[in-house]
Design a binder for this molecule. Structure first.
Ligand SMILES: C[S@@+](CC[C@H](N)C(=O)[O-])C[C@H]1O[C@@H](n2cnc3c(N)ncnc32)[C@H](O)[C@@H]1O
Length: 220
């Protein structure tokens, strides 16, 4: 399936869903490195625990090749996988990612095609970033293409973002709505089994940390 086929998938969403307040090129917004963390320590620990639970980090028995989409200077693996390809917008951020074994600078809102061969990854992860994609179904369909059959795509997010760069559909809803959006993106690719949605941080109302949601689906 070509990238142009995804246009019809994204056009099935409400008018303006993928518009953003700041429509300037992402290359200008991400031109300066941000060597910060975007979620708190509890949420980061929840991401690391999920990766370990799925067996996609360096603790797994089999050597893993993992793609971190929309990456920065941290990928949140407790033990990094043997091969970690990081793809993001900012070269100095990716250069500072000590877990990475390969680095790709690419604007996925300009070019949704991933520069990798079919079926060459054991997992694709995307942490606190899916809300910035204006053609998420095209990108996630590409994630499915580069994954081995049965391998997971792991999308995590919280309730924080750069609001001017997030798509309006994301900003217009709540946590449950955002989980539903990501599950729908994956279903609309047509290349994943049904997604599993979970909250990875405590659900008690007294919990004051950043919540961490995960949507995981396996490539057909
Ligand atoms: C909130 S940060 C999250 C970084 C990292 N995944 C983490 O967990 O800390 C958003 C990231 O998305 C990446 N990003 C934003 N827009 C992008 C685009 N159009 N194409 C590729 N990456 C993008 C940026 O490089 C940035 O590092």
């Amino acid at each position: 399936m070509s990238a142009s086929d995804s246009t019809s998938a994204e056009s099935g969403y409400p008018r303006g869903f993928f518009d953003r307040d700041d429509e300037r090129p992402d290359s200008s917004f991400y031109s300066s490195p941000r060597l910060v963390t975007h979620i708190d320590d509890g949420a980061i620990a929840a991401v690391s625990a999920l990766y370990a639970e799925l067996g996609i980090d360096g603790g797994a028995a089999a050597p893993a090749r993992v793609l971190d989409l929309m990456s920065s200077w941290v990928s949140h693996f407790t033990a990094p996988p043997a091969e970690l390809v990081v793809l993001g917008m900012n070269e100095p951020e990716l250069a500072a990612n000590t877990a990475a074994t390969e680095r790709v600078v690419q604007d996925l809102n300009v070019d949704t095609a991933l520069p990798f061969a079919d079926g060459t990854f054991d997992a694709v992860v995307c942490c606190v970033s899916i809300d910035y994609l204006t053609r998420p179904i095209a990108v996630l369909r590409e994630a499915g293409r580069v994954l081995r059959t049965g391998a997971p795509v792991v999308i995590t997010f919280s309730n924080r973002c750069f609001p001017t760069k997030a798509v309006h559909g994301w900003l217009a809803t709540d946590d449950a709505g955002r989980c539903a959006i990501v599950a729908r993106y994956l279903a609309d690719t047509g290349v994943f089994d049904d997604a599993e949605v979970s909250i990875r941080t405590p659900v008690e109302r007294s919990y004051r940390g950043d919540p961490l949601f995960a949507v995981v689906a396996r490539a057909r």
